[in-house]
Design a binder for this molecule. Structure first.
Ligand SMILES: NC(=O)c1ccc[n+]([C@@H]2O[C@H](COP(=O)([O-])OP(=O)(O)OC[C@H]3O[C@@H](n4cnc5c(N)ncnc54)[C@H](OP(=O)(O)O)[C@@H]3O)[C@@H](O)[C@H]2O)c1
Length: 333
């Protein structure tokens, strides 16, 4: 192993090409309870764009370099710790892992409990796109939203990394899926992925369609703005709206009586700032519930495009262009 490695740092202005630079930095050392991963592929996520623009700083202790998820091989084990986590792994194991940062790099370290075995049949590129989206969807749709078999979920941004994952996980759990995307082609892609009903949100009022379908028990919303009022319209009595972002606007009009009438729960969460024990708990749940869905072919990672690590700027530009279906992945030599 070399003592230095290539990683992608944020240096300079806000556009991808001016901001993202390949730099040589010291290879990280795994601390107690951590593993060192030789990265073969790293996932790109919308929160990375926010970080590049200065709006999503790494949590304390996380590397400044970019990247929230990787897949690769265990290259070294850190010293034992009281959580005993590193003991599960041996050098050479193929893993994917959730990171606080530093995934756009040749090597990355993580809490050993935040790594999971690569599901059988998946390659490094497919596996690299799993952790951030699967953990986020599991926590928000199934834990905070409490989605159960037989219920109906409304999923916005259906063709995003999150949306493609949420559609498949909700179907695997036995729920009915209503999906929205902006554009007829995207709506058709959502249907092909398994959505029972898919709506071009530019051409139709999704709340009217959802009501005609009997309403929704859970809404997964990354848009906010003028979607919030329609989410409430679409909701059944006792329904739950879960926010994971507010790409259409973070301030919304709220008529308290409408929440009371629906006995609605409006909630939301972020993944990155959760503490390491909470992420370890989530990882164990994801392995217990979601990994069997992947092994059974019910949840298939959707990879739209790959870019070499050194062209992280091209990958960001592709994501911001907004025509992708599923995930964009960096490949690392
Ligand atoms: N809270 C958390 O812990 C957490 C974790 C991971 C991701 N996220 C968030 O989840 C979202 C999806 O992440 P991703 O990585 O899957 O990103 P992505 O693939 O880039 O998807 C973004 C999606 O947002 C939709 N969108 C953007 N602006 C919109 C608007 N004004 N109105 C309606 N739809 C809009 C797009 O829908 P169309 O294609 O229909 O235009 C697109 O499908 C991001 O906002 C991200 O920050 C949150």
């Amino acid at each position: 192993m070399t003592e230095t490695m290539t990683a992608i740092a944020i240096e300079g202005g806000k556009g991808p090409a001016e901001a993202l630079k390949a730099v040589q930095i010291a290879r990280p050392e795994p601390g107690p309870g951590q593993i060192l991963i030789k990265v073969h592929a790293a996932g790109i996520n919308r929160p990375d764009i926010l970080q590049r623009l200065g709006g999503y700083p790494p949590p304390p202790g996380a590397p400044d370099t970019m990247g929230l998820e990787v897949a690769g091989e265990v290259a070294a084990l850190g010293p034992p710790s009281e959580n005993g986590g590193a003991g599960r792994w041996k050098v050479g194991d193929k893993v994917c892992a959730l990171l606080g940062g530093g995934g756009y790099a040749a090597y990355a370290v993580c809490d050993a409990r935040h790594a999971l075995p690569i599901p059988a049949g998946l390659d490094f590129i497919q596996a690299a796109g799993l952790p951030e989206t699967v953990f986020t969807v599991y926590a928000n749709v199934f834990e905070h939203g409490g989605l159960k078999a037989g219920e109906t979920v409304l999923i916005h941004g259906a063709t995003s990394g999150i949306g493609t994952t949420a559609i498949q996980m909700a179907k695997a759990a036995g729920a009915k899926v209503i999906a929205t995307a902006r554009g007829a082609d995207k709506a058709a892609q959502a249907k092909a992925l398994g959505a029972d009903v898919s709506i071009d949100a530019k051409a139709a009022d999704f709340a009217e369609v959802a009501k005609a379908e009997g309403g929704c028990d859970v809404v997964l919303d990354m848009v906010g703005g003028d979607y919030f009022s329609k989410d409430l319209d679409a909701l059944k009595v006792g329904g739950r709206i879960v926010f994971i972002a507010a790409l259409g606007g973070g301030e919304v009009p709220l008529q308290i009586f409408r929440i009371m009438q629906k006995r609605a729960v409006v909630t939301g969460s972020t993944l990155r700032p959760r503490d390491k024990d909470e992420k370890a708990r989530l990882a164990a749940e994801v392995e217990r519930v979601v990994w069997p869905w992947i092994a059974a072919g019910k949840v298939v990672p959707q990879v739209d495009a790959t870019f070499p690590l050194e062209d992280a700027a091209g990958a960001h530009a592709h994501l911001e262009n907004g025509d992708h279906l599923g995930k964009i992945i960096l490949t690392v030599k």
